[in-house]
Design a protein around this ligand. Structure first.
Ligand SMILES: Nc1ncnc2c1ncn2[C@@H]1O[C@H](COP(=O)(O)OP(=O)(O)OP(=O)(O)O)[C@@H](O)[C@H]1O
Ligand SMILES: [Mg+2]
Length: 222
């Protein structure tokens, strides 16, 4: 389903080169739930950004089904992301100019659904996340756990083939983290979504199908 080969990623901070990936390989054939762990700065966000077509690696190849992702131009990448990829960012990135309902409806609107239908679908979806009472709030007025549930809803509403979640439970208390994790895994399984979750939480790692550790610029299955 996805195959990354010989991925090399390197950044410069001033003149100082930061080698994040040297010869990274990742092959996943079915829509499973995958965990990525690794210390801070090891490259988890960079990896999700490469898989999510937000960042280009320095070299290597990346196929998503039969699509050669790194050969796409920017317009094609945007279209591909809109259609196939849901992303839960490390810091939410909810849009403060829009209310909760609109934040969650937006991926449908961007995929061509009309505003009214998108809002109706988003309303029903937010109900599942226990957020029916919050739909007209601006994200900044919600608690951290509520914001995170909105971010999960926004990433999953279009039933993406691929979900990328960057420490989705990082700043949450245990109970809320359990809830957010439950939503992500249950909806992923129901929709046959390949989900890749970067997390520090070992309790969750045990419940995932496959887990990799980022080490020395490569992925090691654990
Ligand atoms: N755009 C960039 N320019 C320069 N350096 C970068 C850039 N993006 C990431 N880095 C560096 O690459 C390394 C990997 O960063 P990344 O954000 O992927 O780590 P991470 O594993 O997600 O860490 P955390 O657990 O803290 O979120 C870090 O040392 C970071 O400083
Ligand atoms: Mg990160």
């Amino acid at each position: 389903m996805i195959e990354l080969l010989k991925i090399e990623q390197k950044y410069y901070q001033g003149n100082l080169p930061i080698n994040v990936f040297s010869n990274l390989k990742l092959q996943i054939n079915e829509p499973k739930i995958i965990g990525i762990i690794g210390p801070s700065g090891s490259g988890k966000t960079s990896l999700l950004n490469i898989i999510g077509l937000i960042e280009n690696p320095k070299s290597g190849s990346y196929f998503f089904r039969d699509q050669d992702c790194l050969k796409m131009n920017n317009l094609r990448k945007t279209e591909f992301r809109k259609k196939n990829i849901g992303y839960i960012f490390q810091n939410n990135q909810l849009l403060e100019d829009f209310n909760v309902l609109e934040n969650v409806a937006l991926p449908l609107i961007l995929n061509g659904e009309n505003y009214k239908n998108s809002c109706e679908i988003a309303k029903d979806f937010l109900d599942i996340f226990g957020l029916a009472e919050r739909i007209y709030f601006k994200p900044g007025l919600l608690s951290g756990g509520e914001q995170q549930r909105v971010a999960v809803a926004r990433a999953m509403i279009k039933k993406p083939q691929l979900l990328l979640a960057d420490e989705p439970t990082g700043s949450l208390d245990d109970e809320t983290a359990d809830l957010v994790f439950k939503y992500i895994t249950e909806i992923s399984r129901k929709n046959n979504t390949l989900s890749i979750i970067a997390t520090h939480n070992f309790k969750f790692i045990k419940k995932l199908d496959i887990c990799f550790k980022v080490e020395k610029g490569m992925l090691i299955e654990i």
